[in-house]
Design a protein around this ligand. Structure first.
Ligand SMILES: Cc1cc2nc3c(=O)[nH]c(=O)nc-3n(C[C@H](O)[C@H](O)[C@H](O)COP(=O)(O)OP(=O)(O)OC[C@H]3O[C@@H](n4cnc5c(N)ncnc54)[C@H](O)[C@@H]3O)c2cc1C
Length: 304
């Protein structure tokens, strides 16, 4: 198989990409776009690494010239994480190569005809699909399960001078009304697919506000439905949180979700299914319809 490129703008992505690529990773080149430490970590895995320093520019500004650089070697496979930077870079490269993009890639196997077979996860992890392609592919690999990048033989580290494409960062400010996010929150009200529609998030926000809590969610609420930011979903591939109070509303308690709340102190679950696995992790459980329970909890809290 021809050249393979791994694009990284964060540490965890290196291990994830190597895991998905298996033996193919041994011959992969890396383009690291970010701080020099990132490129040094990549080079320590044995990869021939090129480092582009974005400086004050957003990663998106370097996408066009990154695409030119990568395309010069006519790669069969290019891998990135589905971060905003990874999407910008891989999108530009896919367009430049005329390659298809595949999301949620778990494993890549080379085929004897020079093509590749891809395993990808779908429907929030409920299915694994196998795809084949003889044409170049741009693949998104989730850094969720990422093993720490293992040191191998020392690889080379060169600088890549990537020109900006005209996008500049004017300012970065906290969004009005935005919370501080779930990462360091001491109280979290988290919502799952038990919620019927986006507008009903108001119920969850009201309760969170009464508890002075941040709003989080299960993966499908952010990833499939797009109702909340991806930064706020909790679990194996999302945030690992350690709040004093974690309230899971309409969340079944899949093992991948529970991994993210391993360090939560007190867990309260609201679920209409008495057999929902979340109750095995919960300190307090309320079996019932969240549409009845949440307003009642809000009323109780208001009287205190
Ligand atoms: C590699 C991989 C990584 C993953 N990483 C994550 C991750 O990081 N985080 C994550 O969350 N998931 C992750 N998943 C997905 C995970 O397996 C589950 O699919 C997901 O957590 C389910 O989300 P949910 O609980 O919101 O939805 P569901 O499983 O659909 O559960 C909805 C729950 O709501 C309850 N409900 C329905 N209506 C009501 C109501 N009116 N009132 C009260 N309760 C109600 C139901 O009884 C049910 O228990 C991952 C999967 C894979 C394969």
């Amino acid at each position: 198989m021809n050249t393979i490129w791994i694009l990284v703008d964060g540490d965890r992505q290196i291990g994830a990409a190597r895991k998905a690529l298996g033996d193919l990773a041994d011959s992969a080149a890396v383009l690291a776009v970010g701080p020099r430490d990132l490129a040094e970590t990549a080079a320590r895995t044995g990869a021939e690494t090129r480092w582009a320093d974005p400086g004050d520019l957003p990663v998106e500004a370097l996408a066009s010239s990154a695409a030119e650089l990568v395309a010069q070697e006519g790669p069969r496979i290019v891998v990135a994480a589905p971060t905003s930077g990874g999407r910008a870079l891989l999108g530009a490269i896919a367009a430049r190569l005329g390659a298809g993009t595949v999301d949620g890639v778990l494993a890549v196997r080379p085929l004897s005809d020079g093509g590749a077979e891809i395993e990808r996860s779908g429907l929030s992890g409920r299915v694994v699909a196998t795809l084949r392609s003889a044409a170049p592919l741009c693949l998104f690999v989730d850094p969720s399960d990422a093993p720490a990048p293992a040191a191998g033989r020392p690889g080379s580290l060169d600088t890549a001078d990537l020109a900006g494409n005209g996008i500049v960062r004017v300012s970065v400010e906290d969004a009005a009304g935005a919370g501080t996010g779930v990462a360091d929150a001491s109280r979290i009200v988290s919502v799952g697919r038990g919620l019927r529609q986006r507008d009903d998030l108001a119920l969850v926000r009201d309760l969170a506000s009464a508890l002075d809590a941040e709003v989080g969610c299960s993966m499908p609420v952010a990833d499939d439905l797009g109702w909340l930011p991806k930064e706020d979903y909790i679990g194996r591939s999302g945030q690992h949180v350690s709040p004093r109070l974690y309230m899971a509303v309409g969340i079944s308690g899949a093992p991948q979700h529970l991994e993210g709340i391993r360090d939560a102190r007190t867990v309260v679950a609201v679920n209409s299914d008495p057999d929902a696995p979340i109750f095995s992790r919960a300190d307090y459980g309320i079996v019932g319809d969240l549409y009845e329970i949440l307003p009642r909890l809000g009323e109780q809290l208001a009287t205190r």
